[in-house]
Ligand binder design. Structure first.
Ligand SMILES: Cc1cc2nc3c(=O)[nH]c(=O)nc-3n(C[C@H](O)[C@H](O)[C@H](O)COP(=O)(O)OP(=O)(O)OC[C@H]3O[C@@H](n4cnc5c(N)ncnc54)[C@H](O)[C@@H]3O)c2cc1C
Length: 314
């Protein structure tokens, strides 16, 4: 510890559900760009909508999500349910005027069943197929905890992202840049399956470096190997990266985790191993088992992120 004052983050009060699923707003697509490399087996797009003139204008903040209600009906003939997408644009919007909001969508494509039929995810393929000017039904904002604190310069940040979990961190890094945050250490640790799947790499290797404390680390799980020959995942950085551990030991550091469901359990374990257990809260855990021996199911039941940790996994 370096004597930094222990501060619990003061989170901003935000408005949610201004447009609900029963009364979504109709907004046009104004931008769509593939952001995975041509040789990638995955298709991820950066899509932009103009929410100008709707109740969502200037209301979709970094860390929040919007909902998309896909057209049509499901197999039971019921209208499709809305799907949430993390906001990738800064809180003032892509254009600085609160109108242009973006997200990062991965097409869901899967084989299923005995005859290995192809399943195309409803909302993700709807969004990726849109042409400029096409309208979508949007709801939101959703989420009131996974946000930057009200006084961003009083904290350090450790952002763990896998896949499209990078979306809110693009938004947050752009907000921190816009606010000229100078004192924060900001570690962005990104996991992708293949090198071809890096998203927004140019931002994080370029303009983001204007943030004096910015550190960007990428982990390619299906290509990188650790010293012991095992695959490399984002949570391994906690034991492997001394500078990161030093930042984590500061009492004003905040951890944000976004991406693949269950990634949080490996991060909890590494925090426990490093003696950084004050990021998590144990509730009614079995007394005869040390926390590190808990299974994922037990973690899900007994472990919650503490006041300095924020989770968005899906
Ligand atoms: C807070 C939050 C933020 C999110 N942010 C993002 C984001 O930024 N980017 C992003 O890409 N996603 C994000 N998601 C996920 C997103 O909401 C959707 O779940 C995702 O895009 C898949 O939706 P879909 O309609 O394309 O797939 P769905 O049609 O809902 O299918 C989902 C899965 O269900 C199974 N399935 C469903 N029906 C069938 C069937 N008939 N046959 C076979 N299999 C079937 C398949 O395994 C498939 O993978 C977020 C989710 C949450 C909760």
């Amino acid at each position: 510890m370096d004597g930094t004052v222990d501060i619990t983050p003061i989170m901003p009060k935000v408005e949610i559900n201004l447009c609900k699923a029963k009364a979504p707003v109709s907004v046009p697509l104004v931008g769509s760009k593939i952001i995975t490399a041509e040789s990638s087996p995955n298709f991820v797009r950066h899509v932009v909508f103009d929410v100008g003139g709707t109740p969502l204008e200037n209301k979709l903040l970094a860390g929040q999500s919007f909902g998309i209600v896909p057209p049509g009906t499901d197999a039971d003939g019921k209208p499709h349910k809305l799907r949430l997408y993390s906001i990738a644009s800064p809180s003032r919007g892509e254009n600085g005027a609160g109108r242009l909001v973006s997200t990062t969508v991965k097409r869901v494509l899967e084989e299923y069943g005995e005859y290995h039929r192809l399943y195309l995810g409803v909302a993700s393929n709807f969004l990726c197929d849109l042409k400029l000017g096409d309208m979508v039904q949007m709801t939101g904002p959703a989420g009131k905890r996974f946000l930057l604190p009200a006084e961003p310069d009083r904290h350090n940040y450790v952002f763990f992202a896998t896949g499209t979990g990078i979306a809110p961190f693009r938004a947050m890094v752009l907000d921190l840049l816009a606010q000229g945050v100078a004192n924060a250490r900001i570690h962005l640790i990104v996991g992708v399956p293949y090198r071809t799947d890096h998203l927004y790499h140019d931002l994080f290797t370029g303009p983001a470096r204007e943030l004096p404390g910015f550190r960007y680390r990428t982990v390619v799980s299906r290509e990188d190997r650790r010293m012991d020959g095992f695959k490399h995942y984002v949570h391994h950085e906690i034991s492997d990266n001394d500078e990161l551990r030093e930042t984590l030991s500061q009492p004003n550091t905040l951890i944000y985790v976004c991406g693949i469901k269950n990634m949080e359990f490996s991060i909890y374990r590494e925090l426990l191993k490093a003696g950084l257990d004050d990021y998590i809260t144990l509730r009614h855990a079995p007394e005869d088992k040390p926390p590190l021996a808990l299974s994922n199911e037990e973690f899900a039941r007994h472990v919650r992120p503490g006041p300095r940790m924020f989770l968005e996994v899906y």
